[in-house]
Design a protein around this ligand. Structure first.
Ligand code: DAH
Length: 351
């Protein structure tokens, strides 16, 4: 092996020992730098004859190219190794199971509300919404329940630190019944032009679902609960119509004809006569028990007057039911508070 081949071999070994790009550049200097060994060989040719320069020059050039090739190969190898390390460090484990997107769902009471709206909607009832902070007049007086009337204690509620025009504080509505008078006012206004032009005002047929409040808290009462008011006022709407409509509603809601209704005489200031509506399933886990689901009655003439209508011409029925109660019965839940605790393990069962 001649001296040039040995030099090339030494360079290759030295390059392969360099573990980092910086090391490699230092080693390169020893061969190809200003006073590197290859460079010195080139310089040394100055003294040679023209003929010798040709052969020697060609040989040195071959050696120089071999060293440069070895250098470049090592540079590439080091760069590849570095990239490899980086790729490994940043690797994504694509075999990890993905995080599933969790679909939300409706609260069981919201489902009940939607169901109520859908069923009454199919019977031609409008759906109305109203304020939860209500005036004393709408919550009580307009419903034939004046200040100091003992019937007010049936609906003790919370009061807001703000007084209405009558000097009485606003309340958190204890029932959805104020919507009877509110909606009637809206309805009359809406059809005022028609009536002025000699037309007849369409019947009032509406439900008003929403949140209600009372000073009450136990397994079947919550300070915040839900109600759904119903009102049908026309020329000749009777208690018979209430029975038909409400029976139809219950059987559709519970998807069962195997249930009977009882209209039990009761008292509400805003209806005369008044009745509590009880239902009884004829089969299933709740069979045989009477379960109260609503208050109802023929709208009291004074309430019709407060609506701005003539009780001689506009008669009909109203009812107020408890969607929370209906939800408990439908799903067989016996503690109302579970619905409002927000425990996802409980709520998930209804999806
Ligand atoms: N507002 C009554 C309550 O909360 C329920 C009720 C009874 C509503 C009779 C009515 C009705 O519309 O006619 O106890």
């Amino acid at each position: 092996m001649n001296e040039l081949d040995t030099l090339v071999d030494e360079a290759k070994v030295a390059f392969s020992k360099a573990g980092t790009p910086a090391d490699l550049e230092n080693v390169k200097a020893q061969y190809l730098g200003k006073s590197g060994r290859i460079t010195e060989l080139m310089k040394g040719m100055a003294q040679l004859s023209v003929e010798e320069k040709k052969t020697r020059g060609a040989a040195v050039n071959v050696a120089k190219q071999a060293v440069e090739a070895a250098l470049n190969a090592r540079r590439q190898a080091l760069a590849d190794a570095e990239l490899d390390i980086q790729l490994k460090a940043e690797a994504l484990d694509v075999t990890l199971p993905g995080r599933r997107r969790q679909a939300g769902g409706l609260h069981p009471v919201s489902r009940t509300m939607e169901r109520i709206e859908q069923i009454f909607g199919s019977m031609g009832f409008d759906v109305a919404d109203g304020p939860e902070i209500e005036s004393d007049w709408y919550s009580f007086t307009s419903l034939n329940n004046p200040p100091n009337h003992p019937a007010r204690s049936m609906q003790d509620t919370f009061y807001v630190d703000m007084k209405g025009d009558d000097g009485i504080p606003y309340n958190l509505r204890p029932h959805t019944s104020p919507m009877q008078v509110r909606y009637a006012h809206q309805h009359i206004k809406k059809h005022a032009d028609l009536v002025k032009a000699g037309g007849t005002m369409p019947e009032i047929r509406v439900i008003a679902p929403g949140r209600t409040y009372r000073v009450d808290s136990d397994a079947t009462h919550s300070p915040m609960f839900h109600q759904c008011e119903g009102l049908w006022l026309g020329e000749n709407v009777s208690f018979k119509d209430l029975k038909v409509v409400f029976t139809d509603f219950c059987r559709t809601f519970f998807e069962s004809d195997d249930l009977v209704l009882r209209f039990r005489p009761s008292f509400f200031p805003f209806t005369e006569p008044s009745a509590e509506i009880d239902i009884q399933f004829q089969s299933g886990p709740l069979a045989g028990r009477w379960l109260e689901v609503a208050g109802s009655g023929q709208v009291h003439p004074q309430v019709v007057r407060n609506m701005g209508l003539d009780p001689e011409r506009h008669i009909g029925f109203a009812f107020g039911m408890g969607p929370d109660r209906l939800t408990m019965l439908r799903y067989g839940v016996n503690d109302l508070r579970l619905f409002f605790d927000g425990d996802i393990r409980f709520l998930r069962q209804f999806q």
